[in-house]
Design a protein around this ligand. Structure first.
Ligand code: HEM
Length: 417
């Protein structure tokens, strides 16, 4: 079937349409009997693949996530065109790997995300949020994303890894480029999407990755010689350990996956709680009892990560559609999270939604978000700090969105208090 222009997900301008129009396009795609096949765009240096099936229903996204033996994350889950294997490991670490390679890395790095480690971080998290709000108060109302939302996640991850504070801004600039390499604000390129500009954007992405990798690898070398008990020391020493290269790639994955997502969730949360004063009242009337539900509803409603990819390892039929070995499928979490067959009144923002089986942190399966609990904690401490100290805080106007078919990003959001 050929897609009409307003449903053509492969066109960059589609992702610049207003959210409501895009959600309407996905509603129409969900109503079709089978997933549509979308042709791929040519990408300089990489070429153009045949295309992909768009999985837009909750049942398809959940099953493809669960059945990793058939729906593989190799050669890459975070890129529509195939990347060479080394580049895919470099920029995606375990997110682009299947078991047993994935399981080995996940086992090692999971040590950093145990409930014990996370509860030890609680005080640091609260202190970081308080300092960020102190600074925001001193600066006065302005841009909620750059003054508040973007600051916490990058600081938390850098602190976990032992990256000194003087590098935090540099790390944030690099992650902005890695995930915003189609957006003229981050690349500084003209918004014409010519092949030359796409190529320039890719060069910037590579350079940003190399620079983050070098930073982490240097720290790894130091901790190997003199362990200090921090996360990097834990990851590079002991019986099972990461190599320098693995550490650098894992760091890129962590800062990108952790900071470019959570900051959007925090920002959308303020916007949603401003637009829905009755939900905000509900939350504030029992903050501790409702905040986890609120965080999950924000992640469902906003879906900070739009999609990840899988590739078929063999011919397979799923929910009435036949796929061939080598076919690519994209798991559209944004669409699955509005699936009317799973969520009652899916376009309503309801922090008391229960159950809320959203797939904003990925579907059930081996790649389910490693940082989901940490993300909820970051959102919780930030909202607690903001709503306690600035009870009349609210967003103003519409967000300035990132142009991306991967991250549902908020670049700027004006706010006042
Ligand atoms: C609201 C915030 C977040 C959202 C929406 C989000 C979303 C996701 C999604 C959709 C996946 C699944 C990928 C797949 O199935 O291929 C994922 C995986 C992952 N996330 Fe998150 N994430 C968030 C926060 C974080 C944080 C704070 C961290 C770490 C500090 C993190 C680290 C990871 C890692 C390491 C993986 C890969 C897991 C694996 O391959 O086994 N994420 N995330």
């Amino acid at each position: 079937m050929t897609l009409s222009a307003d449903l053509d997900l492969s066109q960059i301008p589609f992702w610049g349409l207003p959210q409501a129009e895009r959600m309407e396009a996905f509603r129409r795609l969900r109503a079709l009997e089978h997933p549509v096949f979308v042709r791929e765009q040519y990408v300089p240096f990489v070429g153009g693949g045949p295309g992909y099936y768009a999985l837009v229903r909750h049942a398809d996204v959940a099953e493809a996530s669960r059945n990793a033996a058939v729906f593989s994350s190799e050669p890459c889950a975070n890129s529509i065109p195939d990347m060479p294997r080394w580049l895919s490991a470099y920029f995606g670490s375990m997110i682009n790997m299947d078991d047993p390679r994935h399981a080995r890395l996940r086992r090692i790095v999971s040590r950093a995300f145990t409930p014990r480690i996370l509860s030890k971080m609680e005080e640091d998290l609260a202190r970081a949020a308080a300092e960020i709000v102190d600074e925001a108060i001193a600066e006065g109302p302005g841009d909620f994303v750059t003054q508040v939302a973007a600051r916490l996640p990058v600081r938390v991850i850098c602190d976990m890894m032992g990256i000194p504070a003087k590098y935090h801004d540099m790390v944030l600039r690099r992650t902005n480029i890695i995930l915003g390499n189609a957006d003229p604000e981050y690349t500084g390129l003209a918004p014409d999407f010519s092949r030359l500009n796409v190529a320039r954007g890719l060069v910037q992405l590579l350079r940003a990755g190399f620079s983050l990798n070098r930073l982490a690898a240097r720290l790894g070398d130091e901790r190997r010689k003199r362990p200090t008990g921090d996360l990097v020391s834990l990851l590079v020493n002991g019986d099972e350990r990461l190599t320098s290269q693995e550490l650098g790639s894992f760091f890129i994955l962590l800062v990108v996956a952790g900071s470019e997502t959570t900051r959007n969730a925090i920002a959308y949360g303020l916007k949603l709680l401003t637009d829905h004063p009755e939900q905000r009242e509900l939350l504030l009337s029992d903050f501790d009892g409702r905040v986890v539900g609120a965080c999950d509803e924000i992640v469902r409603y906003a879906t900070p990560v739009i999609q990840f990819r899988r590739t078929l390892t063999r011919d397979h039929e799923m929910n009435g559609t036949a796929y061939k070995k080598g076919d690519k499928v994209l798991l559209f979490y944004n669409s699955a999270n509005r699936d009317e067959s799973v969520f009652t009144d899916p376009d309503a923002f309801d922090i008391t939604r229960d159950p809320n089986p959203h797939v904003g942190f990925g579907g059930p399966g081996p790649h389910y978000c490693l940082g989901a609990h940490l993300a909820r904690r970051e959102m919780t401490v930030m909202y607690r700090e903001l709503f306690t100290r600035l009870p009349d805080i609210r967003s103003v106007g519409e967000p300035d969105f990132l142009l991306s078919n991967f991250i549902n990003g908020v670049k700027h959001l004006r706010y006042t208090f």
